[in-house]
Design a protein around this ligand. Structure first.
Ligand SMILES: Cc1cc2nc3c(=O)[nH]c(=O)nc-3n(C[C@H](O)[C@H](O)[C@H](O)COP(=O)(O)O)c2cc1C
Length: 297
């Protein structure tokens, strides 16, 4: 069964993609994910200056979910250029970037151009790093300007990653107006947990973002609404752990799916999901294209 997918001009051997921030800091770990069967990989979000991130704990596992407040730790684009060049491989490498405003996003994109990434994903949606992401996430003008600034600076496809708990269709339309080639929905959902013995919030940053199966229905609704309203590709992400989840997102309108939290349990999840999707399509004599968006009929 042929699962090749043309996503914003990139040829993917299957529609599964590593989500930003998961095993995406080094070329070696990105290569491991490629060997795990991913159709494309997205790096950890990279910014203009080195950041150590929030104080620990930065990640805690909860029921059906992971809660994190990493705080965008990254080596800066100047340091990351060489790692990115090494990461280039058999599948497209998309570099996730963040900044405080449109010109900072543009500076980071320009700085990474030399390493020739296959595309950029704009993280305008991190819920827990002050001054980044969240402040842009619900501002359609800022999303449009940021997208335009990066589009002006690069030749490769630009994806814009949106936040839940916003008017996501308005934000998606703003990205589209700015020239985005695709939107990615969703980033983590703002959340927290408290240790009842000590009374302290569990995360060093107190609040963070939740991911994993607990957020799947939220992400699915976002994808469904964006597919109805936009003319560009929609990439689904949030709580996908098996091929059934992937089919659900494709039926909601996703052209491809990203997988984050599930990778921690099994780096082979990309192969399992694409094998399962292929088997299901073959048994039902369907193609990927024929099931995309069917939930809208
Ligand atoms: C530990 C961790 C770190 C993350 N870091 C980033 C990041 O740097 N940039 C970004 O856009 N999203 C980041 N995310 C969000 C994921 O890319 C994804 O949108 C979210 O986890 C939902 O997908 P999932 O349920 O498959 O994990 C991170 C998520 C986790 C769990």
């Amino acid at each position: 069964m042929n699962l090749t997918t043309n996503l914003t001009g990139l040829e993917l051997k299957n529609p599964t993609i590593l989500a930003a921030g998961i095993l995406g800091t080094t070329a070696a770990s990105l290569k491991r994910v490629m060997q795990g069967g991913a159709g494309a990989v997205v790096t950890k979000s990279i910014g203009s200056a080195p950041r150590t991130g929030h104080p620990g704990p930065v990640v805690t596992e909860r029921e059906y979910s992971i809660l994190n407040a990493m705080g965008l730790p990254n080596p800066s684009y100047r340091e990351f250029v060489s790692e990115l060049a090494l990461a280039k491989g058999d599948v497209p490498v998309i570099v996730s970037i963040f900044g405080a405003n449109a010109s900072e996003f543009q500076e980071v994109a320009r700085g990474l151009n030399d390493a020739e990434p296959d595309g950029f994903e704009l993280n305008v949606s991190c819920p827990h790093a002050n001054g980044y992401g969240a402040s842009i996430a619900s501002n359609p003008d800022a999303i449009r300007e940021t997208t335009e600034a990066v589009k002006d600076a690069v030749e490769v496809p630009v994806w814009v990653k949106l936040a839940p708990l916003t008017n996501i269709v308005e934000m998606g339309l703003a990205a589209q107006k700015g020239g985005a080639d695709a939107v990615v929905a969703i980033n983590t959902v703002p959340a927290m947990a408290i240790d009842i013995e000590s009374g302290f919030p569990l995360l060093g940053n107190k609040v963070g973002g939740i991911s994993g199966p607990a957020i799947k229905p939220i992400a699915l609704k976002c994808v469904y609404e964006l597919y109805s309203a936009l003319n560009i590709d929609v990439i689904g992400v949030g709580g996908i752990t098996n091929w059934r989840d992937a089919i659900e997102f494709i039926m909601a309108g996703a052209k491809a799916v990203q997988i984050g939290s599930a990778v921690y349990n099994d780096i082979g999840v990309f192969k399992d999901i694409s094998d399962g999707v292929a088997r299901h399509l073959k048994e039902n004599r369907r193609s990927l294209k024929s099931i995309r968006g069917v939930a809208h009929k």
